[in-house]
Design a protein around this ligand. Sequence first.
Ligand code: S3P
Length: 452
Amino acid sequence: MSDRIELKKAKKLKGRIIPPPDKSISHRAIMLAAIAKGKSIVKDFLTAEDPIGTMNAFRKLGIKIEEVRSQKSEVRSKNSELSTQNSKLVIHGKGIHGLKEPEDIIDCGNSGTTVRLLSGILAGNPFFSVLTGDNSLKQRPMARVINPLKEMGAEISARDSDKYLPIAIKGRKLKAIDYTMPVASAQVKSCLMLAGLYADGITTITEPQKSRDHTERMLKSMGADIETDGLKVRVKGLGGPGGKELNPVDITVPADFSSAAFFIVAALLVESSDVMIKNVGINPTRTGLLDVLRSMGAEIRLLNTRDVSGEPVADIHCKGASGLRAVNITQENIPALIDEFPILCIAAAKADGITTIRGAEELRVKESDRIKAMASGLRKMGAEVEEFRDGLSIKGNARLKGAVIESYGDHRIAMAFSIAALVAGGTTKINGISAVNISFPGFYKMLKGLTK
Ligand code: S3P
């Protein structure tokens, strides 16, 4: 795939799609199945760069993982939905104490979830390991997991006074702690829950706001002693060798709401659109964007709501809507729409009035500085944007025009501006589109299928 694309205004988006499987759940399925005892089956695993990185990491840690890729490659399924290539995994878990020392450094690529969750597991395993990542991941903060892991007694150190990758870990028996997290982060919470499985006693983690709870759900279904109580999670250590083990799982991963979000907003913004987005995970810790779009006046229907492997799932129906209204987003809204910030900015540029998003400083330390990337790209397309330390404000009803946009190697920036291009005059050129392979290989084929 060439690393740039040229896109033009679309007349409508029409059709039925199944977005790729959930990235967060795919990562967790590998990690938890690897430390469970016995054979787990994961259907509809996301075959994208980030979770494939997690799979390779666990192979280096001695876990046998068999992968059966579906034959279809980003084509129409039997029911004529556009879908992406997924795979089925068979993971031969070796138990909580069954990982082996890796012979080499583990490269976590672009994936914050891989490195932060894996650190929690490795901190409790009695061997030496080193984790690194790509240039983006090397600039992202790691002290948020290193500091509490040290409090648990972990031997762990990292570059620049324990701030950045690479991280070196010499695992050992950990002690339970009572930790209050300064920022809402599912990666930090999950890291400490996983370390808590290797600790003596009960680890208690308190979040300032609720972040995604996929780890809690999956661990509970595997028989771990987990208690959630508002913003607190308590995890009981499994005990030393010969102690309790996690049960293997047989799960189906739902489609990723964060990937669906691009097409939800596209369908709303492009007049005459009618899109059915099927099998999407609607865990309430993830769907803040739906509430915000509804408060902007959008009509979005959830159909066929059901439970799939302990996660709520639905089909989402969206039609072109005129007259979205601006909205005021504050810190309380952020965790449940953390990954939808880029596409929300595009919706804001077309809404009536000035949208303000504050309390979003976490967006500066994602795969790119997403506040800066969205402000500069939107300005290039002709929108009026004011940037703050912790967010931005966007003047709506913008007459967007084609421009040359940088993805900064960030999958969600590339996809957000690809949707903006559908409502902009002229041609929008986006550089660095191979980044979409981090979470959504097949994005451009799906977009083409819906707009043709
Ligand atoms: C994720 C948590 C979030 C999110 C990321 C995936 C996870 O990060 O932005 O894309 O799978 O736990 P933070 O925990 O840093 O907020």
